[in-house]
Design a protein around this ligand. Structure first.
Ligand code: SF4
Ligand code: FES
Length: 372
């Protein structure tokens, strides 16, 4: 059988070869780093996702080897497949940078800036996106739309005001459960995620909507307001679960497990298992197994996103080189601490509590005339 022909694509001046049918976004992710456009709605593990948020816009400066004309408009990289010889600009395009700032401004029109009280803060893709690609202010002057919070079943709360209508949770419910009861109702400014007649979502895998939601619209009711994520230590663990892969991340503070989530990869998506399936986790693992004894601990989780969570995380930490001995030509720093032999300041025989009022240099240097 002949080998599959690969397509050459150049993104931000880096060329790679990918299989036909690969999207520009997935090709860029193979290169990695800043070359990969941000994605708020595309989720590689959910069929049909993408094409909703426009954060992944890129400029195609050369269509293909056969037809080198540039594409006139910016295109959604998650929904545009590569062509052989295609040339794409992401962060190297001023048009893209400007358009992306506009998209962020648009997404933030109705999104409340309540990060200080939002459980998603620290792992919110919209928060990261607005820091990295947004503008400082907004030009929007009208009243923002707001919704009542409501509980989707026992474990999940929907705060629709924060929703950016990415559809990920709808695809998750559709593809992971056999009984989808929620979707996007109405259109335009009135569009909202809702359950039909407030039905509760009690499917075994419905908790995964919390993991796919890029913002704080769907949150874990067993964890809400209990702790900030950057105070927690993520630890990989597994159990022999009859329903799911049982491969999770436990989020500890001290000895207490505050929450259980699926394991996420560098793009913030639930990881794939070695057999190619996705490591979605069941509600029992997520909501009911919150004791260390329920799990076999594997070790600290490496948080690869440049998120604030990784600030409290010690895997792969590089300690700065100790240079003080080098600067002192081999002398140990503790010698420097013995200042009494070279300085009159803070002599141990002077009792500060015996000095009336604030101490002065003449209190330490008897050779100086005393001030009255
Ligand atoms: S609730 Fe979250 S996952 Fe669902 S559409 Fe809104 S932002 Fe997307
Ligand atoms: S990630 Fe491509 S449109 Fe949302």
């Amino acid at each position: 059988m002949s080998e599959q022909q690969l397509f050459k694509v150049t993104i931000d001046n880096i060329t790679i070869e990918v299989a036909p049918g690969t999207s520009i976004l997935e090709a860029a992710r193979k290169i990695g780093g800043d070359v990969a456009p941000p994605a708020m709605c595309f989720y590689s593990k959910l069929k049909g996702s993408g094409g909703k948020c426009r954060t992944c816009l890129v400029e195609v400066s050369k269509g293909s080897e056969k037809d080198p004309r540039p594409m006139p408009k910016l295109v959604a990289s998650c929904r545009t497949t590569v062509m052989d010889g295609m040339e794409v600009k992401n962060i190297t395009s001023e048009r893209v940078v400007d358009a992306r700032a506009g998209v962020v401004e648009m997404l933030l029109i109705n999104h409340p800036l309540d990060c200080p009280i939002c459980d998603q803060a620290g792992e919110c893709h919209l928060q990261d996106l607005s820091y990295e690609h947004g503008r400082e202010g907004t030009r929007y002057e009208f009243q923002r739309r707001t919704f009542e919070k409501h509980d989707l079943g026992e474990y999940i709360q929907l705060h629709m005001t924060r929703c950016i209508l990415c559809y990920r949770c709808v695809f998750t419910a559709d593809q992971l459960t056999n009984k989808r009861e929620h979707g996007i109702l109405s259109r335009g400014d009135h569009a909202e995620i809702a359950t039909y007649i407030e039905k509760s979502l009690d499917n075994d895998f419905i908790g995964n909507v919390i993991d796919v939601c890029p913002v704080g619209a769907l949150t874990d009711r067993t964890f809400r307001f209990k702790n900030r994520v950057w105070f927690l230590k993520p630890v990989d663990a597994h159990r022999d679960c009859p329903t799911c892969s049982g491969q999770v991340t436990l989020w500890y503070r001290g000895d207490e497990v505050f929450r259980v989530t699926a394991r996420k990869d560098e793009w913030g998506e639930v990881e794939s298992l070695p057999d190619g399936t996705t490591a979605w986790i069941c509600n029992t693992c997520r909501f009911d197994k919150k004791h260390t004894g329920d799990w076999v601990i594997e070790g600290p989780r490496k948080i690869s996103r440049h998120s604030v969570i990784s600030q409290g995380h010690y895997v792969g930490m590089h300690k700065p080189e100790e240079t003080i001995e080098k600067v002192l030509h081999g002398r140990k720093p503790r010698l420097m601490m013995d200042i009494h032999s070279v300085s009159q300041v803070n002599q141990p025989n002077i009792d500060l509590s015996q000095i009336e009022g604030p101490a002065h240099s003449d209190d330490f240097n008897p050779a100086l005339p005393k001030k009255d």
